[in-house]
Design a binder for this molecule. Structure first.
Ligand code: SF4
Ligand code: SF4
Length: 291
């Protein structure tokens, strides 16, 4: 079972939900928490896993050798403008290169060699039976796609059994990184706040889920009991999976870099939420099999 935790924007409590959900599931099912928010991963701050391995993610980029005839075919073919023939040389801009390999394919004289640069890293660890993975994009880099792809590859290596649960803490927003980290999930959990801004971003996330054809439900964070999100769910026929009340104690625990499971009150809340989510996925699966 794969659960993608998303939010239309940052700061809605997405990681709080993902981390505590994973912790509440772990004693009952083999669970893996994966932090796909590679530009700003912070799940490990609250999980404190013991890191077992760290591997570097490399991205290939071209290095032009002496066989080059300056024909310009590589720079014409590069849709990312990472190559330019200037005077008697081909300039390469590694930070623009997406590592697609097209320049090497189109070069008629084999003048494109491939070299690699480090783009980020994947950390794997464990905390009391909960498997933990995170991708970290190197500072100053903007190309998160290859790190996310590599992280999904590692995730697959971790999860071989159907009954295992993956909690994917996806990047905020509605970019390609969100799509690549959420696709293939059994259920997406859209975390939102009950404000007009929250609703605005939630609507964008809902549109994305519908375009992707992903099953999804909503979790209200900092819930004040108001009607804003509830009415939206009713109008749009979206399942409200649960809510986390507005409580200053949560903010205090969060600011100390702790998870909420130490407190019985929040432990119970996340147990109920995780049971509700697992039931929801099983019901949708059963409904899908019947259809
Ligand atoms: S590998 Fe692709 S993106 Fe990089 S320089 Fe070559 S064509 Fe451009
Ligand atoms: S396609 Fe090959 S030969 Fe032509 S400019 Fe590029 S590297 Fe040089």
């Amino acid at each position: 079972m794969r659960l993608a935790v998303l939010s239309g924007k940052g700061g809605t409590g997405k990681t709080t939900v993902a981390v505590n959900l994973a912790l509440s599931l772990a004693p009952h099912r083999q669970t893996t928490y994966v932090d796909y928010d590679v530009e700003e991963p912070n799940g490990f701050i609250f999980l404190h896993p013991q890191i077992r391995t760290t591997s570097t993610v490399f991205l290939p980029y071209p290095k032009i050798n002496g066989a080059c005839t300056l024909c310009g075919k590589c720079s014409e073919a590069c849709q990312y403008h990472a190559l330019a023939v200037v005077g008697d040389q081909v300039l390469v801009f590694p930070e623009l290169c997406h590592g697609c390999g097209t320049c090497g394919i189109v070069c008629p004289v084999g003048a494109v060699d491939e070299v690699k640069r480090p783009l980020g890293q994947i950390d794997e660890g464990e905390r009391g039976g909960l498997q933990c993975l995170q991708g970290v994009l190197k500072e100053g880099e903007s190309l998160s796609g290859p790190v996310i792809r590599e992280l999904r590859h590692h995730e697959k290596g971790h999860t071989s059994q159907v009954e295992e649960v993956v909690v994917a803490d996806c990047p905020p927003g509605s970019s390609c990184s969100v799509i690549h980290s959420a696709e293939g999930s059994d259920l997406a959990l859209l975390v939102t706040e009950p404000t007009l801004f929250g609703l605005h971003d939630l609507k964008i996330a809902v549109r994305l889920m519908r375009e992707m054809g992903l099953d999804f439900g909503i979790i209200i964070n900092k819930d004040d009991g108001g009607p804003l999100i509830r009415e939206y769910c009713t109008i749009e026929d979206i399942t409200l999976l649960g809510s986390i009340p507005f409580d200053l104690e949560i903010a205090k625990i969060y600011s100390r870099g702790l998870n909420l499971m130490h407190e019985p009150k929040w432990d119970d809340l996340f147990k109920m939420l995780s049971e509700r989510i697992v039931t929801e996925v099983n019901q949708r699966r059963a409904g899908g099999e019947r259809a």
